[in-house]
Design a protein around this ligand. Structure first.
Ligand SMILES: Nc1ncnc2c1ncn2[C@@H]1O[C@H](COP(=O)(O)OP(=O)(O)OP(=O)(O)O)[C@@H](O)[C@H]1O
Length: 225
C-alpha cells in the first residue's frame, strides 16, 4: 500500500495532513489519540474514502480510479459488527458476499462451512445473527470478510467492544492471519508485537517504527495526570 502526499478534509476541517507512507509489513498498527485521524486513514486504504489531496494505491491500483478493484483486495472490518452484519442468520451472512460476487452455489456452501468451522461458529450456523454475543458478532463480521479471501485486511478498533476473553480470541485470530493486516486500535496489548506501529497526532504521523518504540513515544506523550 502506497499513501502519497495525502491530506483529507471534511468541509473546512483538515483531519489528515501530508501523510506519506509505504505499508508493506505483514502486520501494521495505527495508534493515537481520539480524533487524530486514524479511522479516516483506515477508510482511505480500501477506498471507502478518497483523499481530498494525494493518492492511495493498493497493489498498484489507485483507490480514486479503481475503487471497486481495491475493495475486492482489501477487506474492512468495522469496530461495531452490527453495522456489518446484514443477513438474518449466521450462515447467510457469511454467504452473502460470495453470492454477490457470483460464486457458484456449491462453492458458496463449501466455503461457508469451512469458514464457520475455522472461526468456531458452526454450531450457530442457523442462529439469528443479531442474537449472538458481542464477541461472536465480531467473529462473524471478521469471518464474513475473510471468506472473500482479501489480500489485505483493515481492522478499525476490532477489540474495543469486547470482554477480556473475546479480546484474546480476536487478538489470536489477527495474529494468525496469513493476510497483510492493518489495525487501528487503542488496545496497546493487541499491537504490542506488530511488525510496525505508526502513531498519528493531529492528522500527522509523529512516530513510526517497531512496536515497542512507537508505543513508548505515545505513552511518554501522555504522562499520568
Ligand atoms: N464524516 C465525517 N464528517 C465530518 N467530520 C468527520 C467525519 N469523520 C470524521 N470526522 C472528524 O475527523 C476527525 C478525525 O476522526 P477519526 O475518526 O479519523 O479519528 P480517530 O483517530 O479514528 O478517532 P477515535 O480514536 O476517536 O476513533 C474527528 O475530529 C472527526 O470528528
Amino acid at each position: 500500500m502506497e499513501v502519497t502526499g495525502v491530506s483529507h478534509r471534511f468541509g473546512d476541517r483538515r483531519v489528515l495532513n501530508g501523510v506519506d507512507l509505504t505499508l508493506e509489513e505483514h502486520r501494521v498498527a495505527v495508534i493515537g489519540s481520539n480524533g487524530s485521524g486514524k479511522s479516516t486513514f483506515a477508510r482511505l486504504l480500501n477506498g471507502l474514502l478518497v483523499p481530498t489531496e494525494g493518492r492511495v494505491e493498493v497493489d498498484g491500483l489507485d483507490t480514486r480510479e479503481q475503487g471497486k478493484a481495491v475493495r475486492r483486495r482489501v477487506g474492512f472490518v468495522f469496530q461495531d459488527p452490527d453495522v456489518q452484519i446484514i443477513m438474518p442468520t449466521v450462515a447467510e451472512d457469511v454467504a452473502f458476499g460470495l453470492k454477490h460476487r457470483g460464486v457458484a452455489r456449491d462453492e458458496v456452501a463449501e466455503r461457508v462451512t469451512a469458514t464457520l468451522a475455522a472461526y468456531g461458529l458452526e454450531e450457530f450456523r442457523d442462529h439469528p445473527a443479531h442474537l449472538l454475543s458481542g464477541g461472536q458478532k465480531q467473529l462473524l463480521a471478521i469471518a464474513a470478510v475473510l471468506v472473500l479471501e482479501p489480500a489485505h485486511v483493515v481492522f478499525d478498533e476490532p477489540t474495543t467492544l469486547l470482554d477480556l476473553r473475546n479480546r484474546r480470541l480476536v487478538t489470536r485470530l489477527i495474529q494468525d492471519l496469513p493476510q497483510r493486516v492493518v489495525v487501528v486500535s487503542h488496545d496497546l496489548e493487541l499491537v504490542a508485537d506488530f511488525d510496525r506501529v505508526i502513531l498519528f497526532e493531529g492528522g500527522r504521523v509523529v512516530a513510526d517504527g517497531p512496536a515497542a518504540e512507537t508505543i513508548a513515544t505515545y505513552v511518554a506523550m501522555h504522562p499520568p495526570l
